[in-house]
Design a protein around this ligand. Sequence first.
Ligand SMILES: O=P(O)(O)OC[C@H]1O[C@H](O)[C@H](O)[C@@H](O)[C@@H]1O
Length: 280
Amino acid sequence: MASVKPTEYNGHPAVALQSSDGARATILLHGGHLVSWVPAGGQEQLYVSPTSEYGEGQAVRGGVPVIFPQFSSRGTLPRHGLLRTRGWQLVEMPSHGKHAQAVLRFVADDRTRALWPHEFEAEITVSLIGQQLDIEFAVTNTGDAGFEFAVALHSYLRTNDVLKAQLEGLQGVKYEDNTTGQWQQQWGDVTQVVGEVDRLYHDAPSPLTLRELGRKVSIAQSGFTDVVVWNPGPVKAAQLDDLPDDDWQKMLCVEAARVIDPVTLSPGDEWAGMQTFIAG
Ligand SMILES: O=P(O)(O)OC[C@H]1O[C@H](O)[C@H](O)[C@@H](O)[C@@H]1O
């Protein structure tokens, strides 16, 4: 039988999921933040910085930060929005037999209203079994006026050596290079990290494949239309206090995003997007 239990992660309240076939995941209540995924019989697939900060007001470096309602510094809100630095609540531990599944919720409060005057309820649902993990972000407009938002699941995938890893599937896709602000079109199918990479691909195909020696991870998405590929490279990494200088080699962010065409949500409506990983 699958199990979903309260636990601690680095001393902070979290939820431990285990499917009937032994796949495991851990979600921090802080940020509704997935910090670990180990497929059945496999190894850790996510990267979390050993020097990350945790707790109220802090953003965890690694795992799957939840970005809403603003991506990066594209607006007047705190960088990457309101939810990654706040506590969430575990609302459901539904049992689906072999699958392990947990639902966490965040409801608009006075602190979000002070920055962004909208009523909303957000949910993160993580489901896992075997080699597959699904993470869904859903938001409902619980107010009486429409609002617009950007959203992303900022997934940090672990790599053995990012210089030898390749991300496949983005041939011909147009992207905004966040390092220059210029739009470009990707020529080849393979994206590789040779230094800082920070690209917002628009209308990206799904699935993509992250491949390295002896390992691959398929990355699919629905609802999200953009993909952000980010690695700080050695120079930016050295400027990040919460990332060891060499750890840029151990990660690649492949983010399911909706940034270029933000979502408009009418009162009472819900929007949901999902990112799915399959390890192979
Ligand atoms: O350092 P953070 O606020 O967590 O942001 C980390 C990164 O997130 C995204 O991938 C952006 O495209 C990058 O420009 C940014 O550097």
